[in-house]
Unconditional design. Structure first.
Length: 414
């Protein structure tokens, strides 16, 4: 079977959707399918980095296309970069031979619409892997007005993708409910969470010690936010709690990753570092995305990991970092709505696994709970969460996703 995968990012990029799509592509190739990926030549976080225009990786044919590199400094810059990628993607697809199945993700927005149309013209099957849900996300974030011409136009394109899809993969039940609310039949939606990167991520005691020594974290209680820093999952409550814990020299807040909000976090950290004649510098550190082969090292170094869900984002985006947190058996700090896919996971953990949760704006309560978490977990041995980590492992979830594609391949195209 010939399968075409569409997304702006792919191997060797390290952002989440690139990693998940790379896992899927490699598995499909290993099962004997002919897999082609169309993605961007530019690295997502560092657009000055350019990948080869074409290569074969683990049996997967990768076609990378041109896009501009204005960056994320303003909305128009991001829009221009997205638009250029979409334009050249359309041009590239015109000259591809027919494929049996087209799978589109959601980076950038509208890539699913292009995939749906290419599949329609080929009379191929179309599957839609909804990593985030637009334009609903953009409206909820305040980037678009619901009654604007742009929002209504994008909504029509989104509904076309959903209706045209032979199979839809939602990441949690809240996202599934958002999709069915648009009149989409529940029967063609499969709820499959993202998996932990368990091939590369594990608790690494030696790596933990090395990372903590390198960044002068020995003897500290390290609260880490690792991954994409985005305004849809605001970190203000965490930042305010860090400010309230200024007098706690043994508590360090570590921000690792990238995203549109990362520069704001770095600027805030620098300002805090100057606030008390350098005394604050050791308590907040910012580091770039870690290579996948070093992810165990950085994640294992934390004494507690932070996962944030924006109040308006329930069912629109899915912070997948929770799965790697559980793989390294770290205590979890949750900031977000009272009920979400994250709280459902945490409430089903073994009773002895520590986690805390607060609503957005509860900085005082968060600071108090972090102090309590430090007192109760410092020095504790990390207990295995084998049942939970197996449930969200690639070995469990990746075959389910492959099955969705293969089963839809056997159906008549819409």
């Amino acid at each position: 079977m010939k399968i075409l995968l569409l997304n702006q990012v792919f191997y060797p990029d390290v952002v989440a959707t690139a990693q998940y799509l790379s896992d899927l592509a490699a598995e499909l190739s290993a099962r004997g399918h002919e897999v082609t990926v169309v993605s961007s030549r530019r690295a997502y976080e560092h657009p000055e980095t350019r990948y080869p225009a074409q290569e074969t990786w683990r049996g997967v044919k990768i076609l990378r296309i041109f896009s501009t590199r204005f960056g994320k400094g303003a909305k128009w810059r991001r829009a221009a970069d997205f638009a250029s990628f979409l334009f050249f993607c359309c041009a590239r697809l015109l000259f591809l031979p027919r494929h049996d199945v087209v799978l589109a993700l959601t980076t950038p927005p509208l890539i699913s619409f292009i995939g749906a149309w290419r599949a329609k013209l080929w009379r191929a099957r179309f599957c839609y892997w909804v990593m985030d849900f637009n334009p609903d996300e953009a409206i909820a974030a305040g980037w678009l007005r619901a009654d604007s011409i742009a929002a209504k136009f994008l909504e029509r394109l989104s509904r076309f993708s959903l209706r045209r899809a032979d199979g839809i993969i939602a990441l949690d039940r809240f996202m599934r409910d958002r999709i069915t609310a648009k009149g989409i039949a529940p029967g063609k939606i499969a709820v499959i969470p993202p998996w932990s990167q368990d091939g590369e991520v594990r608790f690494d005691a030696a790596g933990r010690a090395a990372f903590r020594k390198l960044h002068r974290l020995e003897g500290k209680f390290v609260v880490m936010h690792s991954g994409n820093h985005t305004p849809v999952h605001p970190l203000d409550t965490l930042m305010q709690a860090a400010d309230k814990l200024r007098g706690e020299p043994d508590v360090v807040f570590c921000f690792v990753g990238g995203g549109s909000e990362f520069q704001r976090i770095k600027k805030w950290a620098e300002e805090q570092g100057k606030a008390e004649s350098g005394k604050r510098k050791a308590e907040i550190i910012c580091l770039p995305y870690q290579p996948l082969d070093q992810l165990s090292t950085s994640l294992s170094a934390a004494d507690a990991h932070v996962v944030v869900v924006g109040d308006a984002m329930l069912g629109l985006v899915h912070p997948c970092k929770i799965y790697n947190m559980l793989t390294v058996v770290a205590p979890v700090i949750y900031i977000g709505p009272e009920t979400s896919h994250v709280t459902e996971i945490l409430e089903n953990l073994q009773p002895q696994h520590p986690w805390i949760g607060v609503r957005h704006g509860a900085a005082d309560e968060l600071a108090r709970q972090i102090q309590q978490l430090r007192r109760t977990t410092t020095g504790q041995e990390r207990r295995s969460l084998a049942e939970v980590t197996e449930r969200y492992s690639a070995a469990t979830l990746l075959p389910r996703l492959v099955a969705v594609l293969e089963q839809n391949a056997a159906k008549p195209a819409n």
